[in-house]
Design a protein around this ligand. Structure first.
Ligand code: SF4
Length: 407
């Protein structure tokens, strides 16, 4: 059965939104607007849902970017009843897209949870997000008494959104990651098979279940289909959330939002655990494949520009100081390595001209990578290493006692 044949009966006369503005197409957060825009909630058995997601090419929008179909397929059938967790915790200070989604389209996220949960035969459904984001979801759930979804408040810390930290918090523990060797799909919440998906991923899943994979692929590129939410900040502007066709070039994103390219010194792509790209690397497509050649990832869809009058080394030093203070201090690399990297980077950024600083930062970055119970050391090390590359001329200038940006 083709993916189109499998979904025809569920489309119920409502056409999928045209263009790239899909997730916010209802225009209002209430149930009537939601149903008018998207039609009724479809039911889908697991095999068809997995097939439709496979055809769609949807990947996770929370950061790691796993294929959505693969996560669903990896939840074992037969044994203990699985659990579904929607993760809307945005500990990353530069990300606001999940908050925007939960405030403007909570019913789409609820649909995604219900469709995934019913296909898996899950009885327990959970949504985990910051306190402010739970308010519109609770309001939406009052309109849908049949949707029994338990809400859990995520603390406002950088690592609270990590999947294992979310499971720990929901089960009453601290919101910190635990054993990275355990697969949540096998043994997650209370030892049950657990599907953890980012809320944006679930919202796309709800649309794919309604309108099919061919519709989903109507925007984006062949290897990076669909739309995605991004949070854009920098150049003296606060964070703004946009829905873009996946694979559009970074320069296009900046130009379409009114940012003039000569005013951009660099951009941090993928958030605080992301990668600095120099101005001449900004023509890369915003997709997994498009960013790979320049060593970057989409992460949770974050782009922060650095204006031409700002120092990238100082900006990086400030972020590293924040990140080193955000670990759970339960693993060696976080307890010792990250504060050391942050200290050395601050010296480089703020006046120490010791020529050995860059090598020592690089050495520590290699040393901490892959050594924690979660990816916090890896992401922090990636940020530090990418700054040394993207701002290589600034590093040379700082070691001569000058700053190229602030001269
Ligand atoms: S690596 Fe760091 S943040 Fe991750 S679990 Fe260990 S101490 Fe916590």
């Amino acid at each position: 059965m083709t993916s189109d044949q499998s979904t025809i009966s569920r489309r119920d006369h409502v056409a999928g939104p045209a263009g790239a503005t899909r997730l916010f197409a209802a225009g209002s957060a209430d149930l009537a607007s939601h149903e008018a825009a998207f039609g009724p909630l479809p039911a889908m058995d697991l095999a068809l849902l997995i097939d439709e997601l496979l055809q769609s090419g949807l990947d996770g929008r929370g950061g790691a970017g796993f294929a959505a179909w693969q996560k669903l397929a990896s939840v074992p059938a037969g044994g203990r009843r699985p659990v579904v967790v929607a993760n809307g915790a945005e500990g990353e200070p530069l990300s606001q897209k999940d908050a925007a989604l939960l405030h403007n389209a909570p019913h789409l996220v609820i649909d995604g949870i219900l469709i995934a949960g019913r296909s898996l035969g899950a009885r327990e459904l959970h949504l985990y997000a910051g306190a402010k984001q739970l308010v519109p979801v609770a309001r939406a759930l009052e309109e849908r008494r049949e949707a029994r979804i338990r809400l859990h408040e995520a603390p406002d810390t950088f690592i609270s959104g990590e999947a294992a930290a979310a499971i720990s918090a929901i089960s009453g523990g601290l919101a910190i990651p635990r054993d990275r060797t355990k697969r949540l799909s096998d043994s997650g919440l209370n030892g049950r098979p657990t599907l953890v998906h980012n809320v944006e991923t679930l919202a796309h899943l709800a649309l794919i279940a309604r309108f099919g994979s061919t519709w989903f692929r109507g925007v984006g590129t062949g290897s990076a289909p669909g739309s995605r939410l991004i949070t854009l900040s920098g150049n003296s502007a606060g964070p703004r959330v946009y829905e873009i066709p996946t694979g559009v070039h970074l320069t296009e994103i900046l130009l379409s939002t009114g940012i003039e390219l000569p005013s951009v010194r660099a951009a941090l792509v993928g958030g605080y655990h992301g990668t600095w790209l120099a101005a001449d690397q900004l023509d890369a497509p915003f997709s997994k494949e498009g960013l790979a050649p320049v060593g970057a990832r989409t992460g949770a869809g974050i782009v922060m520009t650095l204006d031409s009058g700002s120092c990238g080394l100082a900006a990086t030093a400030d972020i590293l100081a924040y990140l080193s203070g955000q670990s759970a201090r339960q693993c060696g690399p976080c307890t010792n390595g990250l504060p050391a990297i942050a200290r050395l980077f601050a010296r480089l950024a703020y006046g120490d001209t010791n020529g050995k600083l860059p090598q020592e930062i690089s050495r520590l970055a290699v040393l901490v990578t892959g050594r924690g119970s979660c990816a916090h050391p890896d992401g922090t090390a990636r940020l530090a290493s990418s700054a040394l590359m993207a701002f290589a001329a600034d590093v040379e200038a700082h070691l001569r006692g000058r700053c190229e940006a602030l001269r």
